[in-house]
Design a protein around this ligand. Structure first.
Ligand SMILES: [Zn+2]
Length: 137
């Protein structure tokens, strides 16, 4: 039996992001003034200092920027094959997530990946990524 992931801990600034994941939607924060996306969510635009922002549905696909397999400390609820990855989205933001359904040594920087959603121990969902078209070879 696969153990469930730990529940997310939303902050006031990131609550919209986690709420979107529970509906299988990846939501981003975009400045209403200069239109720049930012992540992780925060109150002020780093480019123009505007406090006005809106939520926009993000692309379901991105590219792999970096990937590692954590060695220490052990993370039992994540399983031995868990990969931690940085995913670049076309909106110009980078998400920290997990890369699944592929071995570390088959993962290639720049490869296309797609988001999917998994339930955690609280019933809330988190985002994960996998290679487009499923596992390679
Ligand atoms: Zn701005």
């Amino acid at each position: 039996m696969t153990s469930l992931r730990p529940a997310p801990s939303p902050s006031r600034d990131s609550a919209f992001f986690w709420e979107g994941l529970n509906r299988d939607v990846l939501l981003g924060q975009r400045c209403s003034n200069c239109q720049k996306f930012r992540h992780p969510p925060r109150p002020m635009c780093p480019r123009c200092q505007s406090l006005d922002w809106q939520t926009i549905e993000l692309s379901c696909r991105g590219t792999l920027h970096a990937v590692v397999r954590p060695v220490h400390p052990p993370l039992p609820t994540f399983g031995p094959d868990c990969l931690v990855a940085l995913i670049d989205l076309p909106e110009g933001i980078r998400l920290l997530s997990n890369l699944c359904e592929i071995d570390l040594y088959d993962a290639q920087i720049g490869m296309e990946v797609e988001v999917f959603f998994v339930e955690t121990e609280s019933g809330d969902k988190v985002h994960q990524f996998r290679p487009i078209g499923g596992a390679l070879g």
